[in-house]
Design a protein. Structure first.
Length: 189
């Protein structure tokens, strides 16, 4: 199925100037630097807070929205994650594309996992523009086909990818512990 058949594709809000923390800010801004591949966004921690004068439109995140980095270079530049919160004052910057699912036969976690896969990244790369820094063209992005198995199979794939992420986290912690042990040996000499 093409993305446009099961979701709305929404561009992030274009700010004029630099996005910086402002005292008394009333809106949080999610930027490309806040998106880690497959790591759900659950709160506003680490987001810039600004005084927002724009319209509260579609670029404000809703629970289960998929956020995708819209510009980048290198492998896996177009990382995706799912917004898992009912916080209603988070706006996506123009470096983000939002996929808002409109079909209840599609799970956002499955779409996010597919986009983060090598096959998903390959399909995105076929629709980008730019020579060194690539950018997703929203119109072409909407045309990307994503295989949609039945919901039960989507759930199984989500469980599998979550298990693999947990294994990666455990391996990263093991490596850090080994480094700490090695470093402590030299500190005690």
């Amino acid at each position: 199925m093409k993305i446009q058949e099961f979701a709305n594709v929404i561009s992030g809000y274009t700010f004029r100037g630099t996005i910086e923390n402002q005292s008394g800010g009333d809106v949080f801004v999610i930027q490309a630097k806040n998106i880690a591949s497959g790591v759900d966004i659950k709160d506003s921690q680490n987001l810039v807070k600004i005084l927002f004068n724009g319209a509260h439109g579609a670029s404000f995140l809703q629970n289960n929205d998929i956020t995708i980095v819209s510009r980048g270079y290198g492998r896996n530049a177009f990382r995706a994650t799912v917004f898992k919160s009912d916080i209603n004052n988070i706006v996506a910057s123009s470096s983000i594309i939002i996929i808002r699912i409109t079909d209840n036969r599609v799970l956002p976690e499955f779409i996010s996992s597919f986009i983060n896969s090598s096959e998903g990244q390959k399909r995105i790369m076929e629709s980008v523009t730019g020579s060194s820094i690539k950018a997703i063209l929203r119109g072409k992005f909407r045309e990307i086909s994503i295989p949609l198995p039945p919901i039960e199979k989507q759930e199984t794939i989500i469980k599998l990818t979550n298990n693999l992420k947990q294994q990666e986290e455990i391996n990263a912690r093991k490596m850090q512990i080994k480094k700490n042990i090695a470093n402590s040996i030299f500190e005690k000499i």
